[in-house]
Design a protein around this ligand. Structure first.
Ligand code: ATP
Ligand code: HMH
Length: 501
């Protein structure tokens, strides 16, 4: 695609449909649904609805030229879709602009007659339209329009449609997308036809089969298809995949048209129905927003931890050896099962990166456990797990057992985040000769800070791409773990009594 933007900038030049199903309103919806940035220059204002056209107002062509220049003098145009052109002067104005600006993708839907049967182009403008066609890369006539361009009677059978398309393609030196919406029968095939045979990888005809959907919601299908093809062509670089994708999308959108309940005639298609059902309409927080919301959401818990007698004693070194020993013995018990929970996170992780990260975390927990025993606990008989230890582990083990790796990642995150935050803070404040300096070093370690940053990244990325229900479950698991961290810090002094003042 030219221009470098991954969202193609697509200009529709067409007439209006105030009911939003056809014309430039449909073009903008189709461009957006196909992943493009839509722009619109209006050729004619049409008083129409799903039942028919009432009147057409064509503004002066000087003003049309001003609209076209306003766009092209400011914005790089990656593709143009041209619809209703109303009359000779309009066609000539658009033709002059195309010759001057030469957009890289030009799709002309040679609109002559609306779905309702009403004329949208003066008869005397048909010759001017023919002269415009060589400026297009693709034209998308329906059966009736193809017949006019071929100077023949409308084809009733699909092979005759293809034959006319071949002729028109060769005569006007343009690829034709022949459409089967108006042929008889249950099939609605479309086909790319290149009479010269050089622009479709050497093939003359590339067919896209389709089954007819029993519906009256076909108003604007032609406008929508041509806009979608132009947008996908700018994104994908060739006609065949662009047409295939556009037709799949159109079929899906036709299928959902009736449920819109718009109008009493030929209703519109539902341009975004597929996207709505696949992706919903809810917004999602970014990873950074999740990070801030979750951290802020446990502000109270963090404050309670920082102000707890245990952590204050740990900070200034006044904590009794007895209380510290009780804490470490519980922590050693905790780390064994915590390592099992991290191993489960590793087992459940969908990517190699995450699998490896959680496995390293599990190993790290076991190394720390062994270190605690070697340095502090020695041969001490392990105590039974206290209630805070049991409660925290039950929460983690139950979350692991439920088997959603995203919720599990959120549940283990406080073990990283709260400890890294506390470790950094306590180590920064620790004076020389602090009795628990060795321990503070483990959690104030830059390598632990790095692992924590990675755990935060992994988890918040999972949260932004999760559905609302899962993201809420993740937040809940995170909050509950943070509360268990607080209870865990409060437990030792509950067992040994308050710190001496
Ligand atoms: N009932 C249907 N079921 C499935 N696809 C359809 C149906 N009707 C039309 N299409 C598809 O819609 C697109 C437009 O085809 P059609 O031949 O109706 O063009 P058109 O007459 O220019 O459209 P419009 O009704 O907007 O003027 C084609 O891809 C065609 O295959
Ligand atoms: C403005 C406009 N363009 C095209 C069509 C063809 O459906 C229509 N009904 N209205």
């Amino acid at each position: 695609m030219s221009g470098g933007s991954s969202v193609p900038r697509v200009l529709a030049i067409a007439g209006t449909d105030p009911t939003g199903g056809a014309g430039i309103q449909a073009d903008l919806k189709s461009i957006a649904a196909s992943g493009g940035y839509g722009m619109a220059v209006v050729t004619a204002l049409v008083a129409q609805n799903t039942r028919g056209v009432r009147s057409v107002h064509v503004p002066p062509t000087d003003f049309l030229a001003e609209q076209l220049d306003a766009v092209s003098e400011d914005v790089t145009v990656d593709a143009v879709k041209i619809g209703m052109l109303a009359g000779r002067e309009v066609i000539e104005t658009v033709g002059a602009w195309l010759r001057r600006t030469r957009p890289p993708v030009v799709v002309i839907d040679p609109v002559m007659i609306a779905t309702s049967g009403d004329r949208l182009l003066d008869a005397d403008a048909e010759q001017a339209l023919r002269e415009l066609l060589p400026l297009a890369h693709l034209i998308t006539p329906n059966v009736a329009e193809l017949a006019v361009l071929a100077g023949r009677a409308p084809a009733a059978r699909w092979p005759d449609v293809l034959e006319q398309a071949r002729e028109v393609s060769a005569t006007h030196d343009v690829v034709v997308l022949a459409k089967g919406g108006h042929v008889e029968g249950d099939a609605v095939p479309d086909a790319l036809v290149d009479g010269g045979g050089t622009r479709l990888g050497g093939r003359e005809v590339v067919e896209f089969p389709g089954a007819r959907i029993a519906t009256t919601n076909t108003h604007g299908t032609g406008c929508s298809l041509s806009s979608a093809v132009a947008t996908h062509r700018a994104r994908l670089g060739s006609w065949e995949p662009a047409t295939a994708e556009a037709k799949r999308w159109l079929t899906e959108s036709i299928r959902h048209g009736a449920s819109l309940e718009v109008g009493g005639g030929n209703g519109p298609i539902s341009h975004f129905a597929g996207m709505w059902s696949r992706g919903g309409t809810a917004t999602r927080p970014t990873a950074e927003e999740v990070r801030d919301q979750w951290w802020d959401g446990v502000r109270d818990v963090r404050a309670a931890i920082a102000e707890s007698a245990f952590v204050r004693g740990l900070a200034d070194g006044s904590l009794s050896k007895e209380a510290f020993g009780v804490y470490l013995a519980q922590d050693a018990l905790y780390l064994r099962d915590y390592a099992r929970v991290l191993s489960e996170a590793s087992r459940l992780a969908p990517t190699l990166d995450e699998q490896s990260f959680w496995a390293a975390g599990a190993h790290g927990a076991l190394v720390t456990e062994l270190q605690l025993h070697a340095d502090w606990l020695g041969d001490m008989e392990p105590p039974p797990p206290g209630p805070a230890t049991t409660a925290y582990l039950d929460h983690l083990l139950a979350t692991a057992a439920r088997g959603d790796h995203r919720v599990l990642a959120a549940a283990v995150l406080p073990c990283y985040w709260i400890y890294a935050d506390l470790g950094r803070d306590l180590q920064a404040r620790a004076v020389d000769g602090h009795p628990y300096q060795e321990w503070l070093r483990t959690y104030g370690d830059p390598a632990f800070a790095e692992a924590t940053a990675r755990a935060i990244d992994i988890t918040t990325e999972l949260a932004t791409s999760a559905d609302d229900v899962t993201r809420e479950a993740m937040w809940h698991a995170f909050r509950v773990s943070a509360e268990h961290e607080l209870a865990f810090f409060e437990a030792p002094l509950r067992m040994t009594g308050p710190v001496p003042s």
